[in-house]
Design a binder for this molecule. Structure first.
Ligand code: ADP
Ligand code: MG
Length: 239
């Protein structure tokens, strides 16, 4: 059974999907059977940034009961397995979210890691995605607003008995306005698992539908994602 880790954040745009795609690829590069699943059923973009857009069978078809989970699994970079989500409005309307947990457990049966890209915020869809996992990685940018949102997500996770495994700081810069890692940790009472710099190579890779960790070996973001994968591998499952 895989370690099921949901990747969550307050608002959109913190880079949650980017973290799922690249952390997933880095874990696959380390030889771990890894699946990434786009549970952001209304604002899906994981397939897009991994070059798998336009697939006919996606999580939408699985959650509507038309297809089996394994039919929506595609080959991504470095042996990563990807379950993309459709982007059509009709697809969204047919989704039965209550099927998500069963789908996740089915997929997790035959993998080491299953990373779930959760919808942002605290709507019904986000809560449902959070609740399918045992552990949560929270993504925030190094500013007060984002850290406060991360705090709310952490509380929701705890209430759902999903163990907060730690925080990923994304889009770190060397600006003085950035909150320091230590301050973020004490504000949130959450360990920082890794910090990914703001890196133009991430945008370039995403535009081409590739993982930055495969495309740009020397990019600062690649180094950060590889370190993050190693940290997560070393950490024990917290739940
Ligand atoms: P979310 O899933 O949280 O909404 P995305 O992963 O889709 O966020 O990222 C939003 C945008 O920010 C994308 O255009 C992505 O390429 C860009 N982005 C994410 N992380 C970084 C980073 N570390 N450096 C530069 N651009 C980034
Ligand atoms: Mg996203």
């Amino acid at each position: 059974m895989a370690r099921i880790i949901v990747v969550a954040s307050g608002k959109g745009g913190t880079g949650k999907t980017t973290v799922v795609a690249n952390l997933g690829t880095a874990l696959a590069q380390l030889g771990k059977k890894t699946i990434v699943l786009d549970a952001d059923v209304t604002m899906a973009n994981l397939g897009l940034i991994l070059g798998l857009e336009g697939k006919k069978i996606t999580l939408h078809e699985v959650l509507s009961g038309k297809k089996k989970a394994k039919q929506a699994v595609y080959e991504g970079p470095a042996g990563l397995k990807v379950v993309p989500c459709g982007m059509s409005l009709e697809g969204v309307q047919k989704v039965k979210l209550e099927r998500l947990k069963k789908v996740v457990l089915e997929l997790a049966d035959n993998a080491d890691f299953l990373l779930v890209d959760s919808p942002s915020g605290m709507g019904h869809d986000s809560i449902t995605a959070l609740a399918v996992a045992r552990e949560a990685i929270i993504v925030a940018t190094p500013d007060f607003a984002s850290v406060l949102e991360a705090m709310k997500i952490k509380r929701v996770a705890e209430r759902l008995r999903v163990s907060p495994a730690g925080l990923v700081i994304n889009r770190a810069s060397r600006e003085r306005t950035d909150l320091h890692q230590k301050d973020i940790e004490s504000l949130l009472e959450l360990h920082v698992l890794g910090a990914v710099p703001d890196d133009i190579e991430i945008k370039r890779a995403a535009a081409l539908g590739e993982s930055v960790v495969v495309r740009s070996l020397r990019a600062p973001a690649t180094k950060a994602f590889k370190e993050l994968a190693a940290t997560i591998l070393k950490s024990e499952a917290t739940a």
